[in-house]
Design a protein around this ligand. Structure first.
Ligand code: AMP
Length: 284
């Protein structure tokens, strides 16, 4: 695997591939890789001649500087994992090269920034939009791969690609989970073993809500919501938001929930001061 530490070496690697008119699949990440990331690499390898992964902990998408400072950094292990799945190249630039100056450009994603992640992490999607745009311009891939675990990020990126006419296809891959159901996340590393066990209740809650919806019930009604929240509290989980939305628009749905559309149940919660998100999609 080629390790490309700056834009110049990235451009050299890309120029060879473009000369051969081969396709490139691109998987942007912030490192601390796990099987969720590797699933994106594997999906890209199936559909493209070459797969490029990037690892860049993007400072502009962190609205909390402590969160940025505590973000796990495991470069050696990451590059070994990428080698093992035969990723073709890894781009890992320094922040100084990506942001030589304080950025002036501010992207805005309208209503998408007023709900769920956008509401609780002001400025987050402006930062995501900026780094993804920069990386798309630098790499010019035919396809780019993202995980459904970050559902709202997928919506933001689809908006970016459509409205700014990036000539590439966005591929959304399913959420990879631990055998106990916990959605894999780089942040899980910061949880104690006990908390990792308790965190499985986040996914369990999503499944319970799906069951209630399938039984034509309203999970957000007091009689259902109170025991749901109590159970999470007993497991030291504090909910930031719990939303039942249209998976396409991410707008909140009112009970009775429509049957023709894909419903997303989305959650953000804290456990041992670690912020975790998860969601499930279904039609009923
Ligand atoms: P991150 O390194 O957390 O920024 O994630 C990089 C990419 O991996 C994003 O597209 C995420 O949505 C995706 N991803 C993270 N966790 C998972 C998971 N458990 N399953 C599938 N994709 C994931």
């Amino acid at each position: 695997m080629q390790i490309l530490k700056d834009i110049e070496s990235l451009q050299q690697w890309l120029s060879e591939i473009k000369k051969q008119q081969k396709t490139i699949g691109f998987v942007p990440t912030m490192g601390a890789l796990h099987e969720g990331h590797l699933a994106l690499i594997k999906a890209s390898k199936k559909q493209n001649d070459y797969t490029l992964c990037s690892i860049f902990i993007n400072p502009t998408q962190f609205n909390n500087s402590e969160d940025l400072a505590r973000y796990p950094r495991t470069e050696q292990k990451d590059s070994q994992m990428l080698q093992n799945v035969q990723c073709d190249a890894l781009f890992m630039p320094q922040a100084q090269e990506i942001y030589p100056n304080q950025n002036v450009l501010q992207l805005s994603f309208g209503y998408l920034e007023t709900l769920m992640e956008g509401k609780f992490r002001p400025g987050h999607f402006a930062g995501v939009g900026l780094i993804v745009s920069k990386l798309f311009h630098l790499v010019q891939p035919q396809r780019a791969y993202f995980g459904q675990k970050d559902l709202q990020q997928c919506a933001v990126i689809q908006c970016l690609v459509q409205e700014l006419n990036f000539p590439l296809e966005v591929i959304i891959c399913p959420t990879i989970r631990e055998p106990n159901g916990l959605a894999m996340s780089s942040r899980n590393q910061r949880l104690s073993e006990e908390a990792q066990q308790k965190a499985t209740q986040i996914y369990q809650t999503l499944l319970n809500i799906q069951i209630l919806i399938e039984q034509q019930q309203n999970p957000l009604e007091q009689q259902h919501l109170t025991p749901i929240l109590k159970h999470l509290t007993q497991n030291d989980i504090t909910i930031e938001y719990l939303e039942i939305v249209d998976a396409q628009t991410l707008l909140s749905l009112e009970y009775p929930y429509p049957k023709q559309i894909t419903i997303a149940v989305c959650i953000a919660a804290y456990l041992e001061e670690v912020r975790l998100i998860d969601n499930i999609l279904f039609k009923y």
